[in-house]
Design a protein around this ligand. Structure first.
Ligand code: DHB
Ligand code: FE
Length: 285
């Protein structure tokens, strides 16, 4: 795909991720009781890291001004969600889930939308007639760490075969490849979808400029996003990957873990079946 073909959707994806995040006022509410001492400590430590980088590398005024111009443009492009979710979120995710005994998680990324249409425990994710991509049938169960089946839900969202997410790229039906699958008490679900393609983060904006200037690549391996929840249990946010993907080992977002790689079996008709289940940690206390 050429940059020109990619451009309209990429620009729109960044801007809609920013707009959507700004509508949510809860990020500030959630930290309103954080002490000035903690803010002071975090801000100082981040700045100290920046200062040290400048000293260690004898950063010039030209480089400083280029940084300033670039940071202004990241905001104008609406790419802060993209930047943070690609280069920062994976460490936040690690720190906050290290105590778990159940499933490993992974980053949420910028393209989650709550309240995707309910499909029941067995169903096909909303998709267009003739949606491109190999069919994928996923049959598994949600359990607690002690093995008890959990009545819960799997929220699934992923890119289409061109790497685009509905509601963030134009021209795709609102809930395409987004669905909620609520299980019965046995925790079992059976989801039909398509296998997504590897995905290149938008390269036509400021994040792309950094990638090009640093000689990096923009690829994420193909992935399925999930949020898995059940009463009395910690919410699991994860991504699942496909074996053999050329970018499992060098994901730009550093969000692949070996435990999150699927084991798809060919179904004999060009599609695949998967049986990846979820183990949720009970909420402590
Ligand atoms: C980005 C996109 C994703 O699909 C994802 O899972 C993580 C990050 C991004 O473009 O920032
Ligand atoms: Fe994604």
């Amino acid at each position: 795909m050429t940059t020109t073909e990619h451009s309209p959707s990429a620009a729109a994806s960044g801007a809609s991720a920013t707009e959507r995040f700004q509508q949510d006022k809860s990020p500030y509410d959630a930290v309103k009781n954080v002490s000035p001492e903690r803010v002071d400590k975090l801000a100082r430590q981040v700045l100290a890291g920046v200062h040290q980088t400048i000293r260690d590398n004898q950063v010039t005024y030209d480089e400083y001004n280029a940084l300033k111009a670039w940071m202004i443009q990241v905001g104008l492009d609406g790419e802060w969600p993209l930047f943070l979710d690609v280069w920062v979120e994976h460490v936040v995710e690690d720190v906050n889930t290290a105590h778990r005994h159940g499933n490993k998680g992974s980053i949420e990324g910028p393209y989650y939308v709550p309240d995707a249409p309910e499909q029941g425990a067995e169903g096909t994710i909303p998709m267009r007639d003739g949606e491109a991509g190999d069919p994928l049938v996923w049959e598994a169960q949600i359990t607690s760490t002690d093995g008890t089946p959990l009545q819960g839900k799997v929220e699934l969202w992923h890119a289409d075969a061109d790497g685009y997410y509905s509601q963030f790229a134009p021209g795709i039906p609102e809930w395409n490849l987004r669905g909620t699958f609520s299980t019965g008490p046995d925790g079992k679900f059976k989801i039909t979808t398509i296998r997504p393609a590897p995905y290149q983060i938008p390269t036509d904006g400021s994040c792309g400029k950094l990638i090009a200037a640093a000689g990096w690549h923009a690829w994420r391996p193909a992935h399925l996003h999930v949020k898995v929840s059940a009463p009395g249990h910690e919410l699991l946010t994860a991504q699942l990957y496909f074996p053999g993907d050329p970018h499992n080992g060098d994901d730009i977002a550093d969000a692949v873990k070996p435990e999150l790689i699927l084991d798809p079996k060919p179904d004999g008709h060009g599609g695949y079946t998967i049986d990846y289940g979820f183990v949720l940690d009970p909420v402590e206390g």
